[in-house]
Design a protein around this ligand. Structure first.
Ligand code: GLA
Length: 380
């Protein structure tokens, strides 16, 4: 009896260890995925909730397979790079709209909306804004004039074709005592550059939806600064219509409830929420990875990525879509890419394999795709 008790004790101990190592959802990894031919169109699945967007390059539509994927699932596009200031205007008063115009035309032809990204940023922005001909820093008055003209010209050029713009991108730095990133914009104009940009955009196109866009908005310190900024802007009458949450997240973090907190706070403030750059990295190495690339995890190859990681990613996608669906204010969800074939996460923060999106490199739906679809079905 005593022996039997010991035996059953050991048995349950091993069972517990086994279950801890292989939680049930991981075992589901072995489940075959549904037939890809039965995959519903994401844009239809989410039609009564939000637009489904993808960041694209000028080449995306040239590849018939990517074109088919885009047409089937997405009803909104964002330019991954070509609408950023360094691409729009390399010199003062000189604009290069060609590639962006072709993308807008492509989107209109394929019945997709266009989210503009981005008018004001501290990166990918030419020096001419901030310097005179001799390379000396310009005065606040000159920079204000240049900013107003740039925003006016670009917004006017795309008037009626782009329905929403990220007016400012990444202006918060939660490590600064007042929460403002010390960009060249901030150093010369203080936080007024934000007000100036929004007002110029509204004046150029009163119909346009104007967004403030940032990353890690689910982190409490960042969220608090962003919230107080948007609240203040609204109380001053600065026309902010929505907050863009980049949502470059991981299969391991953040907690979906932190995302919910953020979306709720902005919804209650009366602004729209757009998810603007969604991808779910397979790696769990925030912080130290960025300051010391040797500390970054790397799988030796794609083949070395454990199936359990893709299952973890599918669960994270499922959980965060469940959160998005709770909020009426979430009116657009854009992925930063349309398939794993093209993603910035294979070269940032270091070169390494990563598969962060819903479709694999052959454009077939992954476990993450099906989990997102199931979330929508469960909501109905
Ligand atoms: C930020 C920017 C995007 C893009 C990504 C990286 O999130 O907002 O425009 O540059 O980084 O690809």
């Amino acid at each position: 009896m005593r022996q039997a008790k010991n035996f059953s004790g050991q048995f349950f101990f091993f069972l517990a260890v086994l279950l801890a190592l292989c939680p049930p959802a991981v075992q589901a990894a072995a489940d075959p995925l549904p037939d890809p031919a039965t995959a519903p169109a994401l844009k239809t699945v989410f039609a009564s909730h939000f637009l489904i967007g993808g960041a694209i390059t000028p080449n995306t539509g040239n590849d018939p397979d990517q074109l088919a994927l885009l047409r089937k699932h997405y009803n909104s596009v964002t330019a991954e790079n070509i609408m950023k200031p360094e691409k729009m205007s390399i010199m003062e008063d000189m604009y290069s709209y060609g590639a962006a115009d072709r993308m807008v035309e492509f989107a209109m032809k394929n019945e997709m909306k266009v989210r503009g990204h981005t008018l004001v940023w501290h990166q990918q922005t030419p020096n001419w804004f901030f310097e005179d001909d001799d390379g000396r820093e310009v005065s606040a008055a000159i920079l204000q004039g240049r900013l107003e003209k740039y925003v006016h010209d670009v917004v006017t050029h795309f008037k009626g074709k782009i329905y929403a713009w990220d007016v400012v991108n990444e202006v918060i730095d939660e490590n600064e005592s007042n929460g403002f990133r010390r960009s060249r914009w901030y150093k010369i104009l203080g936080s007024d550059f934000i007000d100036i940009a929004f007002k110029a955009a509204r004046a150029a196109d009163p119909e346009l939806k104007l967004f403030i866009n940032d990353y890690s908005t689910e982190q409490s310190k960042k969220r608090a600064f962003l919230y107080s900024l948007v609240k203040q802007l609204k109380s001053k009458g600065v026309p902010v219509d929505g907050v863009g949450h980049q949502m470059h997240v991981s299969a391991w973090y953040p907690q979906p409830e932190e995302i919910a907190k953020t979306l709720r706070m902005f919804e209650e403030l009366g602004v729209e929420n757009h998810i603007t750059e969604l991808d779910v990295s397979l790696y769990n190495d925030p912080g130290s990875c960025f300051s010391n690339s040797n500390s970054c995890l790397r799988y030796a190859s794609e083949a070395a990525i454990p199936a359990a990681d893709l299952q973890r990613q599918a669960r994270q996608y499922q959980d965060i879509f469940e959160v998005f669906l709770r909020f009426k204010s979430v009116t657009s969800v854009t992925f930063w890419g349309i398939s794993d074939l093209n993603t910035w996460l294979t070269s940032w923060p270091v070169n390494r394999p990563n598969l962060p999106l819903l479709f694999d490199k052959s454009f077939q739906p992954k476990a993450a795709f099906w989990s997102v679809v199931d979330t929508a079905k469960a909501k109905k």
